[in-house]
Design a protein around this ligand. Structure first.
Ligand code: GDP
Length: 286
């Protein structure tokens, strides 16, 4: 999977320029893929600048794994991390309390606090901004890859929120990360075939959560591999094309939709250990 439209270069440059002058970064991550949905530029350039990592869409993620991610992130003393869902505005508003305690000094002296917020398309960043701003600032919607320019938003109590374009960066070195982004729907469906994404997702989910798949598709036994799974599930759902062949495209779509809306259950796609191993592998290749 490969993608890196020109506007991403511009957006990356904007983030790099803004970063040194902000007091805090709020990184909105997808709780199902906290590593693959994180901006590598931030990871590289943040240093020990305070950072709040919001694991959004935690209503769709495996709670046990989300807990492990939070512990993992908070090993870094400059990071606070919490599981949220932007469908619960109280959880989002509570972040401002954290900001106040982090910057108690600034508040006392009436100094402004500049916050940069980042997040890939469709991660829920606009919904979060609108809650923090208590008014509609950013357009929300389920369509990925809508790029918006940088903008400064005034929040109450001397807080300034710098929005950054919702971009997806190229992860050329890590195909697994790309497939995870595709599985959650962060990469537009047209960029790569559904069969291919579904096969990748099935392979992982069969290893991590076999019972969830067997149960949902009422399979007689645990499939041997992802193709066997798609065939069995396809039969179950009547995805048969002419000549009595399995319609892979059709079952792929059903399977991905049911993953994305958590009909399959609360299933995460990566653990901190996996991310660390992949990161080491990427480093070794460079
Ligand atoms: P943005 O592209 O990052 O600004 O994302 P939006 O705020 O526009 O949200 C994208 C889609 O994700 C919308 O359909 C939201 O309803 C949905 N969404 C946002 N936050 C959550 C969440 O916490 N849980 C779930 N299940 N869906 C969410």
């Amino acid at each position: 999977i490969n993608w890196f439209p020109g506007h991403m270069h511009k957006a990356t440059k904007e983030i790099k320029q803004r970063l040194p002058s902000v007091d805090l970064i709020i990184e909105v991550l997808d709780a199902r893929i906290p590593y693959s949905s994180a901006n590598p530029v931030i990871a590289k350039l943040r240093g020990d600048k305070p950072c709040i990592k919001l694991l959004n869409k935690s209503d769709l993620a495996d709670p046990e794994i989300t807990k492990r991610w939070i512990e993992h992130f908070e090993q870094d003393k400059s990071v606070r991390s919490m599981a949220v869902t932007s469908h619960k505005p109280d959880q989002i508003r509570a972040i401002l309390q954290d900001v106040r305690s982090l910057f108690a000094d600034n508040f006392e002296r009436g100094r402004p606090i500049h916050i940069m917020i980042t997040g890939i398309p469709n991660v829920g960043k606009s919904t979060i901004i609108n809650i923090l701003a208590q008014r509609t600032i950013a357009k929300t919607g389920n369509e990925p890859a809508v790029t918006k320019g940088q903008q400064k938003i005034n929040l109450p109590d001397g807080l300034f929120l710098w929005d950054t374009p919702g971009i997806l960066w190229g992860k050329f070195h890590n195909q697994s990360a790309a497939y995870r982004l595709a599985t959650t729907g962060a990469i537009k469906e047209t960029a790569v075939s559904n069969d291919d994404i579904a096969a990748w997702a099935a392979e992982y989910l069969l290893r991590a959560y076999p019972d969830a798949l067997v149960k949902r598709y009422e399979l007689a036994s645990t499939p041997r591999d992802e193709i066997d799974f798609l065939e069995q599930a396809g039969k179950r759902r009547g995805c048969i094309s002419r000549g009595n062949q399995i319609d892979f495209e059709k079952i792929a779509k059903i399977f991905l939709t049911e993953y994305r809306d958590a009909t399959l259950g609360l299933l995460s796609l990566e653990t901190p250990e996996m991310a660390q191993a992949e990161e080491a592998e990427v480093e070794a290749k460079l």
